[in-house]
Design a protein around this ligand. Structure first.
Ligand code: ADP
Ligand code: MG
Length: 261
């Protein structure tokens, strides 16, 4: 019994607390002749590894600041036939992350841009990758504050380190020159260094106006789109799905419609 206590303690001291917790049950299984010695050891190590992965995913999930935990499995592709399912499947292999490529989701409000960005992010978190999510207004406010307090370089790291940076809701807020320059810098620094998943309700032709500077917009789009998978969603808002039946108008307001489609 002393040996059992000591073994349990050793496992904990060696950083294997989950295995320590399973020790009694595994010993019992061996005693009953249910498992081999090899399965006994494998069981202890495997449970420890799984628990570590779960905790690591949870930590990365918290750090990512994703607005929710919706997955690609939760997405009803039949509702959005303009989406090429193969393109999403291909993106969900995350090969684009290894290649430091970008994914750009375009479309009017409610068609599932954020859901798909989060779904791809969830997939990435599951495979051990790091993600950071911000809406463009959040990102700009954060970096502008850092700029004013002389902490831009430090703050920038938060947006440069993760394997995937999600920039959501590009297009709802027009940027002034300073904000446009900060965004441009960020896109330049991540270019060929780390993936961006970006969502926007505005087509690229409107980005000059959006960034209050046609030259910056062109240079930014040049880098963003050089290695990018553009997913163009033309459909009805899922938010208004139920209401459509009740006779509500489902087309988004004209000012939010892309100029070209
Ligand atoms: P967008 O970012 O394009 O404005 P969201 O991704 O926020 O749209 O989608 C709006 C809401 O509708 C969310 O709750 C999202 O989960 C849901 N949703 C959108 N499209 C689908 C879909 N095809 N299947 C399931 N849920 C969807
Ligand atoms: Mg959205």
């Amino acid at each position: 019994m002393l040996e059992l206590e000591q073994t349990r303690e050793l496992l904990t001291q060696l950083g294997l607390p989950t295995a320590a917790g399973l020790l009694d049950a595994q010993l019992e299984a061996v005693a009953q002749g249910e498992i081999t010695y090899l399965s006994f050891l494998f069981g202890l190590l495997d449970v420890e590894k799984q628990e570590r992965q779960r905790r690591s995913e949870e930590v990365r999930m918290k750090f990512s600041r994703l607005p929710h935990r919706k997955t690609l499995q939760d997405f009803d592709f039949s509702f959005q036939p303009s989406i090429d399912v193969r393109q999403i499947k291909e993106s969900s292999t995350l090969a684009f992350v290894a290649r430091k490529e970008n994914v750009v989701l375009l479309g009017p409000p409610g068609v599932g841009k954020t859901h798909l960005a989060v779904g791809l992010s969830m997939q990435a978190l599951r495979t051990g990758l790091t993600v950071y999510y911000a809406t463009l207004p959040q990102l700009i406010a954060d970096l502008r504050k850092a700029l004013q307090t002389g902490k831009l370089e430090t703050k920038m790291k938060r947006y440069l380190r993760p394997d995937i940076l999600v920039i959501d809701e590009v297009g709802y807020m027009q940027l002034d020159r300073q904000a446009a320059e900060v965004l441009f810098r960020l896109v330049c620094l991540r270019y060929e260094n780390g993936s961006i998943i970006l969502t926007s309700n505005k087509f690229f032709t409107n980005w000059g106006e959006l960034l209050s500077d046609a030259v910056i917009a062109t240079a930014l789009l040049d880098r963003l789109l050089h290695h990018a998978h553009v997913i163009n969603i033309r459909g009805e808002s899922y938010r208004l799905k139920g209401r459509a039946k009740a006779g509500f108008k489902t087309t988004p307001p004209t000012i939010l419609q892309p100029a070209i489609s």
